[in-house]
Design a protein around this ligand. Structure first.
Ligand code: SF4
Ligand code: SF4
Ligand code: FES
Length: 239
């Protein structure tokens, strides 16, 4: 299999971006964007289409099994996980660019610490050891716990900006886990945070719904959280 990787490169946060087109060939029919980047970085003799050397491409990965979210980037314009993007499905030219909502560190690597700070701002941890008694709430909690914090949903959201007051689904999905299990004392603070940072900023367009690489039921969790945190519907198994 032969593809041309068109990579948006940048030396550092201040440098101007530029495109580097790198021919890539592999016998592995299951090769992914992640395995291609790994192979390219392991070959110092590689040249691009203009004969220039290919210096190591900065990108992030950890699990290579769709579990950590670190390798999220724009692939042919769509935010997705590099370790879950098979070259065979991507056409002859594969365009790679960093996620656009976060500051770029270098090449395909972005700084997602703002997203993590937003989770801390919302105090997204449980203050009780007691699990929710209701099996339906536990199922919702489990569904929410599958969030990778990859940021793909933020990339397609028209209302999310990294320094804005609206924190997007990367916060709203973990909120729904806490909503499912929190006691009423914790819910009072959480309701205020949820209204300010999720409910009031979300346009409900659901552009985020189908992009999640973990396949999380974003719409279902949003409906549950709105019911509990905004409309104060009683949650089963909680006083
Ligand atoms: S429903 Fe629309 S506004 Fe709300 S988080 Fe999803 S994409 Fe953003
Ligand atoms: S909800 Fe899905 S797309 Fe958004 S951060 Fe979590 S795993 Fe990524
Ligand atoms: S490297 Fe962990 S999700 Fe891709």
């Amino acid at each position: 299999m032969k593809v041309l990787l068109d990579i948006l490169r940048r030396e550092n946060a201040e440098a101007a971006p530029w495109h580097q087109c790198i021919p890539f060939e592999t016998a592995d029919t299951n090769a992914t964007v992640a395995s291609a980047l790994t192979a390219i970085n392991a070959d110092p003799s590689l040249r691009d289409t203009e004969g220039r050397p290919v210096t190591p491409i900065r990108w992030e990965c950890s699990c290579l099994q769709k579990k950590c979210g670190a390798c999220a980037m724009r692939i042919n314009g769509v935010p997705r996980l590099a370790c879950d993007a098979q070259l065979a499905d991507l056409g002859e030219t594969v365009r790679l660019a960093p996620l656009g909502k976060f500051p770029v560190v270098a090449d395909l690597m972005v700084d997602r610490s703002g997203m993590m700070q937003q989770l801390r701002d919302m105090r997204l941890w449980l203050e009780t050891d007691e699990p929710a008694a209701d099996p339906d709430a536990l199922a919702a909690s489990y569904e929410a716990s599958r969030c990778l914090q990859c940021g793909c949903c933020l990339e397609v959201c028209p209302n999310f900006y990294v320094d804005g007051d609206f924190y997007g689904m990367a916060a709203a999905v973990p909120v729904s886990r806490i909503v499912a299990e929190a006691d009423e004392a914790q819910m009072a603070d959480l309701r205020r945070a949820y209204r300010s940072h999720v409910y009031e900023g979300c346009g409900k367009s659901l552009a985020c719904r189908d992009i999640c690489p973990a396949g999380i039921d974003i719409e279902g969790l949003l409906v549950r959280s709105n019911a509990a945190a905004v409309w104060k519907r009683r949650r089963k198994g909680r006083k």
